[in-house]
Design a protein around this ligand. Sequence first.
Ligand SMILES: [Zn+2]
Length: 248
Amino acid sequence: MSLNIVSYPTSNQDERSGKDIKIDTLIFHYTGMISNQAALERMTDPKAKVSAHWCIDENGTAYKIVPEHLRAWHAGKSWWRGRSNLNNISIGIEVVNPGHEFGYRPFTLQQMNSIVILCHQILKRHPINPRNIVGHSDVAPDRKKDPGELFDWRRLSNEGIGIWPRSIIEPRNSRILKIKDYGPEVKLCQKKLAKFGYGLYQDGIYGEKTQMVVMAFQRHYRQARVDGVLDHGTTAILDHLVNYTKDK
Ligand SMILES: [Zn+2]
C-alpha cells in the first residue's frame, strides 16, 4: 500500500523554539468540521492561527500542510508527562471527522490505513516513545474530546504505533470512584493518572477536573465506557498501563 500525499502549505507555522529540539510526541486530532475542504481552509487561514503537519481525508489522502521540522499550531494549552507547550516538540495529525459537535462517525478504513503508513514513516524520521503517541484530549482533557472514542487506537497499537491495554485482570474489592468522592483512594488514582501522563492535581478530591481526565483516559484506553467513572474495568486498565509503562 502506498500513501497518496498532496501538498497544501500554510503560513500558520513557525520555527520550533530552543536548541536541539527533539520531536518526541505525536498528537492525533479530529478536524471537527463538516468537510475536509472546510478544515483545510481553516488551517490555511492566517486569521484562524491553527494548523497541523498532516490532515487525513476520509478517502485516505494525506495532506501535507506544515513541514515536520517546523512548529504547527494544533495542541494549544497542553500537558503530557511533565511537559507543557507540546506544539514545540510534537507532530500533529488531523483526521477528518465532523466530531462530537457535527455528527461524530467512525473513521474510515482508508483513513486508518493511511495513518498506519504515515506513522511508520514518521517513526522512522523521529524516534517517538509509544507512551507519547496520544490524542488531543489526553493533553488537554478539560477542553478537548478529539480524536475521540471511535478512533482505532487498538489497530494502531497492533501495527506498533502507541500502546493499548492487553491481558486485563479485573481487580476484586476495589471501590468504584466517581465525582464528589474523596479520600485516599481517590488520591491514589489521581497519582496513577498523573504518573501515566495526565496533568492532574493529586488532592484526593474527585472534582470536575478528575472526571474530565478519567473521561480522556477512557476515550483512549477504554472506549466502550466514557462516563468519567473509575469503575472496576477502568481501574484495571489504568493499573495495567501504569505497570506496563513503568520502565518505558
Ligand atoms: Zn484537536
